[in-house]
Design a protein around this ligand. Structure first.
Ligand SMILES: [Zn+2]
Ligand SMILES: [Zn+2]
Length: 297
């Protein structure tokens, strides 16, 4: 049987389901875990359907992304052989780019429209890892890996490493594992990623790393999990539904409603799309505010 790199997540799905089953059993048996760790059928089934949506989105995007990657690969800077060393280098470089993709996803609303799906549950367990968006290709996730292709890594290897990184991240979505000793220094762990999913003011918008946590430590976005601040999961504008379609499109709907609403200046319309997801103009009628500003000056 031929190995298809783009199907890595599907090949690994039995492993993911086994971990979900074990965690579900452990949490149901031992009643020491918080409500936010426990499995409900509605949340879990919704996460599973969203995983299916994500696969469909990736399969559809592959049609044009492969063409773009293959075309750019013709203009590559270096001929890089496939060795353990170059594969390791690719892993680190892709994880570095993943940090910036992820940080941008929390700071640019166009990208948040997709990434919000992963964060909108008030529960955090292994099934949350499967909660992904159909619309990542529209938000431009694939753009972040272009430098790897231009450097000279084979497009197939790039796609494979992106998916391996996502697969590894499955295992950090749990409340059953507390701390992992020295691994916490270099790697993204369940503890670090709980902080990332929390909406407490102390934790919000930190720990963007994929597999490695060193990028957050270098670029000043690292916050450790504290014993005295229990993580509260979800998003600032919490959405209360398990409908996969609503979960996929609610932030797109809100963004377009804000962008094309009445009485907005062009600058603020653009800011609704590319500004921070929670940014709102100071006034309902910002054309009037701008006119007043113009008269003052
Ligand atoms: Zn995130
Ligand atoms: Zn996550």
């Amino acid at each position: 049987m031929e190995f298809h790199a783009q199907l890595i997540l599907l090949y690994l799905s039995p492993v993911f389901f086994a971990f979900i089953a074990v965690e579900w059993y452990v949490i149901a048996k031992q009643r020491c875990y918080s409500q936010s760790a426990s499995y409900s059928w509605t949340d879990t089934v919704s996460n599973g359907i969203l995983a299916g949506f994500h696969e469909i989105g990736d399969a559809a995007a592959a049609i044009f992304v492969v063409v773009i990657y293959d075309t750019l690969f013709e203009f590559r800077l270096f001929d890089i052989p496939s060795t353990v060393l170059t594969f390791s280098l690719l892993f680190v470089l892709q994880d570095f780019l993943y940090y910036w993709f992820h940080r941008a996803s929390h700071n640019i609303r166009w990208m948040w429209c997709s990434h919000v799906v992963h964060h909108s549950s008030e529960t955090l367990n292994f099934s949350t890892a499967m909660r992904q968006s159909l619309t990542y290709p529209i938000s431009g996730m694939w753009v972040f890996w272009l430098p790897l292709v231009i450097i000279g890594f084979q497009p197939k290897m790039v796609v494979a490493i992106v998916l391996v990184n996502l697969a590894v991240q499955f295992f950090i979505h749990t409340q059953v594992v507390r701390k992992l000793g020295w691994l916490e220094v270099f790697f993204n762990t369940p503890s670090h990623h709980r902080v990332h999913h929390a909406k407490n003011p102390e934790y919000l918008e930190h720990n963007f790393g994929g597999t490695l946590i060193i990028w957050d430590k270098i670029f000043g976005t690292f916050v450790p999990e504290r014993d005295d601040v229990e993580c509260v999961y979800g998003i600032p504008r919490q959405i209360d539904t398990h409908n996969p379609l609503t979960l996929t499109f609610h932030e797109w709907r809100d963004m377009f409603r804000d962008t094309f609403g009445p009485k907005k200046s062009l600058r603020n319309r653009i800011r609704h799309v590319f500004g921070h997801p929670e940014w709102q103009p100071a006034s309902d009628d910002d054309t009037r505010v701008e006119a007043a500003d113009g008269r003052d000056s």
